[in-house]
Write a protein that binds this ligand. Structure first.
Ligand SMILES: Cc1ncc(C[n+]2csc(CCOP(=O)(O)OP(=O)(O)O)c2C)c(N)n1
Ligand code: SF4
Length: 279
């Protein structure tokens, strides 16, 4: 059993392809640390990514991994979990991947409550394809397709996940390394669909287009926008404006889909056997 983060990684694939200063490497490191702290068996663990800079996480892990199609990673994970229920499956999803093109799959996965852990690398932009506006881009922020400022209202991923039925939801930032590790671990340990949204930085596109070129400055700017849930309730409406609540936002016990599915199959088989015996 591996217990050092590097033992979970395909070290021969490093250095990774992400831009210098990109937050995706920090989230990937946190995932490797979470796996090591939980002493997961790599032979019983899988990482599935979609397409996008974030999707490249999948092939950095030295275990069964899938680099799937854009927006469909949740679908591949659903199929894999149904045929291999004992596997621990982690999804590495971009915000565009998860709630842009893959939004419909994402909300239905929340509703079904399969035992999967989805980490959403929310950099508020489409990184890999050149910095287009995403469903998470804040109002007035620039992207290559909103050069005069975004006019759309963004999704709040964590709230969307809770409303759609996810049973473990946490949000943190790439600044809060210890919290990333803690929430990923809790998401993996939770029986049901877990969503860990990480607010992270894309200095190459989001930063360059929005006067935040320095990754260090960007990391701190994201952190300064957030308020821990423990302090959120004490804030007035005015104080909350422009701020984002972080922490463990939701935890619920609800039947997990794959367990219910196999229980139903066993029940039906017993019924069938009994009815055959009765004849
Ligand atoms: C069906 C389909 N549509 C569009 C694309 C082009 N495409 C690839 S990655 C991407 C967006 C990536 O953004 P995000 O998911 O937020 O991940 P990031 O690169 O920011 O990590 C798009 C639109 C594609 N590969 N497949
Ligand atoms: S384009 Fe943005 S998200 Fe993609 S690797 Fe570069 S900094 Fe990271």
């Amino acid at each position: 059993m591996a217990s050092e983060p590097r033992e979970y990684l395909r070290i021969e694939r490093l250095p990774h392809v992400w831009c210098p200063g990109c937050g995706h490497g920090m989230i990937t490191h946190a995932l490797a640390c979470a796996m090591a702290e939980l002493e997961l068996d790599p032979k019983q663990t899988a990482v599935i990514g979609g397409i996008g800079c974030s999707g490249r996480t999948a092939f950095l892990f030295d275990m069964d991994s899938m680099h799937t199609t854009h927006g469909r990673a949740v679908v591949f994970a659903t199929g894999l979990k149904l045929v291999r229920p004992a596997l621990t499956i982690v999804l590495a999803l971009g915000d565009g991947d998860a709630i842009g093109i893959g939004g419909n799959h994402f909300i239905h996965a929340c509703r079904r409550n399969l035992d999967l852990t989805a980490i959403i690398y929310n950099n508020a932009i489409y990184g890999q394809t050149g910095g287009q506006v995403a469903p998470t881009t804040p109002p007035a922020k620039k992207s290559t397709t909103s050069p005069y400022g975004n006019l759309e209202h963004p999704f709040d991923i964590a709230r969307l996940a809770i409303a759609a039925g996810a049973t473990y939801v946490a949000r943190t930032t790439s600044f809060d390394f210890a919290d990333m590790v803690k929430f990923i671990k809790r998401g993996i340990q939770h029986k049901g669909f877990s969503v860990i949204e990480v607010l992270t930085h894309c200095p190459t596109y989001y930063g360059r287009l929005n006067d935040l070129r320095d990754p260090y400055e960007m990391l701190h700017t994201i952190k300064e926008q957030t308020v821990p849930i423990e302090e959120w309730d004490q804030l007035s409406e005015e104080e909350r404006a422009g701020k984002i609540v972080i922490g463990e936002l939701h935890r619920q016990v609800r039947p997990e889909f794959v367990e219910s599915y196999y229980r139903l199959i066993a029940q039906m088989q017993r019924l069938q056997e009994n009815s055959v015996d009765g004849h």
